[in-house]
Design a protein around this ligand. Structure first.
Ligand code: ADP
Length: 189
């Protein structure tokens, strides 16, 4: 009898493990095919150095879709909100002065897992340490003047896109090339 009870309980555990694996598989599948929007700011150093086209071209070439773009002048209120996590750092006044020194280009990019894709393309904060192949790694030498801001998570992107774009400024359209950029099971539009 104990063997049989053991048998039943083993079966129960196996079933739970299988159910857990199935749930994890569906979550992973759903996450990996999620169409996301992310925010990019092309900073004053890129504007001054004539790198707006190069940076935009990299995102386009990757296969991301540009769904919003404009040029704006940042002010103290916007910067305090946008860089709230750095407001008490000694270098904050420096960043604020830098970010106001010319207009910036604000973009919203869309694609499967776009938030992580863009962060990987941008590279780490300190451009001197950023990997070759990334925007910062290839084109910048500074911690502060590192060319681009990109949303660091989906939650952040969902706050940052509406921070910079009013309703109607982010557009919705499907490029015909879309069919060539993803396998059928990778896209969910
Ligand atoms: P990231 O832009 O890589 O997400 P953070 O959110 O930490 O990095 O910082 C925002 C911006 O503040 C950076 O992109 C950079 O321009 C500036 N910054 C961050 N750390 C420093 C620092 N130690 N000295 C000067 N500027 C900094």
């Amino acid at each position: 009898m104990p063997a049989r009870r053991g048998g039943y309980s083993n079966f129960g555990i196996k079933r739970e493990v299988a159910t857990f694996r199935m749930i994890r598989y569906f979550i992973a599948t759903f996450k990996s095919t999620t169409m996301q929007k992310t925010l990019v700011l092309i900073k004053p150093d890129a504007v001054e150095r004539g790198l707006v086209g190069e940076i935009t071209g990299r995102m386009e070439g990757k296969g991301l879709t540009l769904v919003g773009m404009k040029m704006i002048q940042l002010d103290d209120a916007m910067l305090k909100e946008h860089y709230a996590h750095l407001a008490d750092k000694p270098f904050f006044p420096g960043i604020a002065g830098f970010m106001k020194s010319t207009p910036v280009v604000v973009q919203c990019w869309e694609g499967v897992e776009a938030v992580e894709v863009v962060r990987l393309m941008v590279g780490v904060t300190n451009a001197r340490a950023a990997a070759p192949g990334t925007i910062r790694g290839d084109l910048a030498m500074s911690i502060q003047s590192n060319l681009v801001h990109a949303s660091d998570s989906l939650e952040t992107a969902q706050v940052e896109v509406p921070r910079f774009f009013k309703a109607g400024e982010v557009l919705s359209y499907k490029r015909s090339a879309f069919e060539y950029m993803y396998a059928p099971d990778e896209k969910s539009m």
